[in-house]
Design a protein around this ligand. Structure first.
Ligand code: AMP
Ligand code: MG
Length: 548
């Protein structure tokens, strides 16, 4: 199930020192850059990127490292936390062959066209080709200002960097298409942020994450070219992205317009599958602006994201979104389609035909719908091809909403509910008992609610018995799609607090356990526990601002 956006390198080659990497930089070689290289905030036109070097920081120190991303790139874990690798990973040392740049893009933010945005605090160092011949972009987030920084500082704070570092890796291990993170590095410089947007800015430790993906191109890169009437650039960027990242589309031949149409449809298909995975694991991105939508269908830009705890379709982790709830859990599929529609408008300049674009949007809906039906069936333990009874489905989600019930725990524990012939004889208490830890207020579950849950369970058991799947197969099927461990908001918060106090062990243990999110891991149940009460209203544990 895990999608190998990044796959292990060919094992034969011995891991190299990060500083010995060779860079290919196809994006920079094939596409036009900004002739103006002044690093001041400004509008840029007729370019796909601006060359800009990271701004050095006082004291680079490696805090986190992903061995799996490093293995993909064929590089060894640095021995010295403050050595040359840490310097390269904060941007203090630009290695030979790197051609750092900030990409130029625009986007719709909260439904409104925002014009030029661009990499305001991300700087791509270069592209590396691994032993398997695959190309990866290495990008620093928080490495200093660029011409796209507007009035902001180009920096990132430790807390948001830890969240991005941990979540990129956790999402990958959950089998969700995502950009990755190689490293987390402290800068030794303070960054001032107004965490609560209440006029009380305070210094916080700064950090840099080194993100890795085949490409960080977003819907917004195409949108800006289209909006600025840069038709030739729009075509060059599309041709580059197709040749570099969708080469299979060129094999089937056809007119350029037909290829652009098939390409858009493939983006729609991938985006639908990505959002289906988000919905399956209870991930809420929080800021699905079109500049945060990857052209490769990867989850990108981990900011004010969160994980559903008590099931609430209207829940959004982003405080900026609290009033409109545009980016709440339940809206994600429809927002993804709206974003694709904006991309389609930009790509119309290439196809000059609405039909293939409209087909793409329909394909999105069909792909999502059938993926979600399969997801739902397997989450409940039925064969992927089963159609889940509409009443069973609707009944379930209204029950989860009626009494605060943990989304992750409910589905995981449902596998423990007995479905054999004896189950029918159990009273309400006994039947519901395996699900008890999923209720946020276990002691206060009313008799009426328990009865409703038991009634639903009897219906569910009847459906399960009709399918007659052997019990062990049913449980294995459920446990393969219903994670036990997800990066609950409070777990990230605990890791951040410990790290800020100089202790990396909490982050490291959490990440190690989250590498096998579907496995039972003895001694690690604390990381599978529902959110503790202290975290209910705590900033960083329940809601997050974009201020990071
Ligand atoms: P985001 O909501 O993180 O996707 O950011 C939206 C836009 O604001 C992008 O163009 C970012 O590069 C830019 N941005 C966000 N934070 C900063 C910052 N601290 N400094 C410069 N630009 C930023
Ligand atoms: Mg962004």
């Amino acid at each position: 199930m895990k999608q190998d956006v990044i796959s292990p390198g060919v094992a034969a080659a011995a891991p190299r020192d990060l500083c010995a990497l060779e860079f290919s930089n196809r994006f920079v070689r094939e596409l036009p850059g900004d002739p103006d290289t002044r690093n001041v905030s400004r509008a840029v036109s007729d370019a796909c990127y601006t060359r800009v070097d990271p701004t050095p920081v006082p004291a680079p120190r490696l805090l986190g490292w992903s061995d799996t991303v490093a293995a993909t790139l064929g590089i060894a874990r640095p021995l010295d936390a403050c050595g040359p690798a840490a310097e390269a990973l904060t941007g203090n040392r630009v290695l030979p062959g790197m051609q750092p740049y900030a990409a130029r893009y625009g986007g719709h933010q909260f439904g409104q066209w925002a014009g030029q945005l661009g990499d305001g605090r991300a700087i791509t160092l270069g592209e590396v080709i691994n032993a398997a011949g695959r190309s990866y972009e290495l990008q620093l987030k928080g490495a200093g200002p660029t011409p796209y920084s507007r009035r902001a500082d180009g920096r990132a704070v430790l807390r948001s960097s830890v969240r991005e570092f941990m979540c990129s890796e956790a999402m990958h291990d959950l089998g969700v298409p995502t950009t990755r993170a190689l490293s987390l590095t402290a800068t030794g410089a303070a960054v001032v942020r107004d965490l609560f947007y209440d006029g009380n800015p305070a210094p916080e430790p700064g950090a840099v994450v080194c993100r890795v993906a085949p490409s960080f191109v977003r819907f917004g890169n195409f949108q800006l070219h289209a909006a600025q009437g840069e038709g030739a650039l729009l075509k060059r960027l599309a041709d580059h992205v197709i040749a570099a990242h969708f080469p299979e589309l060129l094999q089937d031949g056809g007119t350029p317009a037909a290829i652009y149409g098939r390409w858009f449809q493939e983006i729609c298909r991938r985006t639908a599958l990505m959002v289906n995975d988000w919905m399956r694991v209870g991930f809420v991105h929080g800021v699905m602006n079109t500049d945060n939508m990857s052209i490769l269908g990867l989850t990108v830009d981990y900011g004010p994201y969160g994980w559903l705890e008590g099931y609430d379709p209207q829940w959004t982790p982003n405080t900026t979104d609290a009033s409109g709830r545009r980016y709440c859990y339940a809206n994600q599929p429809q927002i993804a389609q709206w974003n694709l529609w904006q991309l389609a408008n930009a790509l119309y300049g290439l196809t000059e035909d609405k039909a293939p674009l409209e087909e793409g949007l329909v394909l999105f809906a069909d792909t999502y719908e059938s993926a979600w039906q399969k997801t739902l069936a397997t989450k409940l333990g039925f064969a992927a091809s089963s159609t889940v009874d509409a009443g069973l489905n609707a009944g379930l989600f209204s029950l989860l909403e009626a009494t605060e019930t943990d989304y992750t725990l409910f589905f995981r524990l449902l596998a423990n509910v007995p479905v054999d012939d004896n189950a029918a004889a159990l009273d309400d208490h006994a039947l519901v008992a395996p699900l008890q830890p999923a209720f946020y207020n276990e002691g206060a579950v009313s008799t009426t609610h328990r009865k409703r849950v038991a009634t639903w369970l009897r219906d569910y058991i009847a459906h399960t018995q009709r399918e007659a799947t052997p019990s062990s197969q049913r449980i294995a099927r459920m446990n393969a799609v219903n994670p036990k461990y997800v990066l609950r908001n409070y777990l990230a918060h605990l890791a951040i607090e410990a790290l800020a106090a100089g202790d990396a062990s909490v982050m490291e243990r959490t990440m190690r356990v989250l590498q096998r999110p579907y496995d039972e891991q003895p001694g690690c149940d604390d990381l599978a526990a529902r959110r503790p009460e202290w975290a209910r209203h705590k900033a960083g544990c329940s809601a997050l601002s974009c201020s990071s």
